[in-house]
Design a protein around this ligand. Structure first.
Ligand code: HEC
Length: 456
């Protein structure tokens, strides 16, 4: 299928994961001279044609000719050489001055620029401290002035760090001041095999700098643990006495349609992990009673609209078809039967972009933006953005969505090229906080004119 110039083939098939300049993304850098699967031409060609399916590298041997795969190897070497000479490929940069958007002009202020490795999620505590997860398995505390506690919290759960797996979301309960509970999601090792993993949700407390009183809120049966390193999902939100969280399909797409399997679902539980009696499948023998909705691929954004308590979600599509959904009780979101995207290697996935009984997305992105992190803006610093949604993209963009009567009426990029957007939150101070990877930092959007001493 894919013909023509190697640059175009690369851009169409590879750039979404390896970066436009091969600087790396969800797939590693190809231009940095570091080869996990061998540096020889034949080994690179083999990685491209066979893929590394369990790590999320698709096989291209069916869709690209041997000649094109050879051309890609040559093209990778050219980029490698350029990388050697410059010492680096294109570096993401924070905007130097004010960024003018449709309704507001903002300054991007760095708040944490060092000391964090692949920060994944940010949470605000009522006393002004913040919690940050680092994917390699550390929970960090920042004080009210964003100063990083040098030591990670001791005794947090063991995680399997491979590809997309690690310590993922962190969320204190709305009644944290009384209860002290903090929820974590992570790729937990299988009891029988330390290399297999599955998304697990635990809660615990922080005493001093220690993780204590840990309790399991949700874990899958050990038979569902897998060596796959992709699609953990894992965002956690709370609403009116319930905890909601997402688990991706772990790279096994058909499982998302089976309500008896843990893959590709959004869950709803009581805070202690018990099943609410009014869950949609609570009485079905063939279902996991914790399931709230199904047919999800890799949901890495979840938020509650505080006005009507509706749950909104973003999920990664395959190649194209990233989605923004309003989550309804018991609904099927279609993956992999209905989707706007196609397979990574360019082969078709499905002809259906809609179907009976399938909840359509409110909005979708093709090409993919790599949706990760979702916030609802209810602060007072950007009055024009009140009640808008902010969607992070791992390809380096932050989108503002306006939803009017259940329809997305605006999709505006308000930040671009600063790094991979991993998480986004409206802070208690009304500024918009963005967690970036590559470079690893936390920044905030501040209205122009409010930047000096504007934190009050
Ligand atoms: C869906 C994301 C994705 C796409 C699309 C993708 N890759 Fe990959 N690729 C990965 C991941 C993830 C790895 C790392 C595998 C591992 O860690 O074992 C990888 C690994 C590789 C490797 C081996 C690197 C090494 O260190 O040995 C090569 C070569 C490679 N990719 C080339 C390509 C080319 C060329 C394309 C396009 C034709 C492509 N990839 C498309 C995700 C992707």
């Amino acid at each position: 299928m894919a013909q023509g110039k190697v640059e175009d083939v690369y851009r169409a098939n590879c750039a979404s994961c390896h970066g436009a300049e091969m600087e790396g993304g969800s797939g590693g850098a190809l231009a940095d001279g570091v080869w996990k699967h061998g540096a020889a031409d034949a080994e690179i060609a083999n990685a491209i044609s066979q893929g590394v399916p369990e790590a999320g590298m698709p096989a291209f041997g069916q869709s690209l000719s041997p000649e094109l795969i050879r051309a890609l190897v040559v093209y990778i070497h050219e980029k490698e050489k350029a990388f050697d000479q410059s010492g680096k490929t294109s570096t993401p940069k924070l905007p130097a001055g004010p960024v003018q958007t449709k309704y507001a002009t903002h300054i991007v202020e760095p708040v944490v620029t060092g000391g964090l490795e692949t920060p994944w999620a940010l949470a605000f505590l009522p006393d002004g401290r913040k919690l940050v997860t680092e994917k390699p398995g550390r929970l960090r505390i920042l004080d009210e002035n964003w100063k990083l506690e040098p030591k990670p919290v001791a005794g947090t759960p063991a995680v399997v760090v491979s590809n997309q797996g690690g310590l993922l979301d962190v969320a204190p309960t709305p009644d944290f001041e009384q209860s002290g509970w903090i929820y974590l999601s992570y790729s937990a090792p299988s009891p029988g095999d330390a290399k297999s993993s599955m998304t697990k949700i635990s809660r615990g407390q922080i005493a001093g700098n220690k993780w204590t009183d840990e309790e399991t809120i949700f874990e899958a049966d050990p038979k569902h643990y897998t060596k796959s390193g992709v699609h953990f999902g894992s965002r956690i939100v709370f609403d009116r006495g319930h905890v909601f969280f997402s688990i991706g399909e772990r790279g096994d797409k058909d499982k998302a349609q089976d309500i008896g399997l843990p893959n590709g679902k959004i869950y709803r539980l009581l805070p202690d992990g018990k099943i609410p009696a009014d869950n949609p499948f609570a009485d079905r023998k063939d279902a996991l009673a914790a399931v709230w909705s199904y047919g999800h691929r890799n949901p890495q954004g979840l938020v509650v609209d505080p006005r009507d308590h509706a749950i909104y979600e973003t999920e990664h599509g395959p190649r194209g078809g990233d989605e923004f959904n309003r989550i309804r009780k018991g609904a099927n979101y279609g993956w992999p039967v209905v989707c706007f995207g196609m397979n990574y290697n360019g082969t078709p996935l499905t002809a259906l972009t809609e179907n009976e009984g399938i909840e359509p997305p409110l909005h979708h992105w093709t090409p993919s933006i790599g949706t990760c992190g979702l916030a609802f803006y209810n602060g007072d610093k950007f009055p024009e953005w009140k009640n808008d949604f902010f969607v992070g993209g791992l390809r380096g963009s932050l989108h503002r969505l306006r939803v009017v009567y259940g329809k997305v009426t605006e999709d505006e990029v308000v930040l671009q090229g600063a790094g991979r957007v991993r998480d986004v939150h409206c802070g208690p101070d009304g500024f918009l906080y963005v967690v970036l990877n590559n470079p690893d930092m936390i920044v905030r959007l501040v209205p122009e004119g409010a930047e000096s001493g504007g934190e009050k």
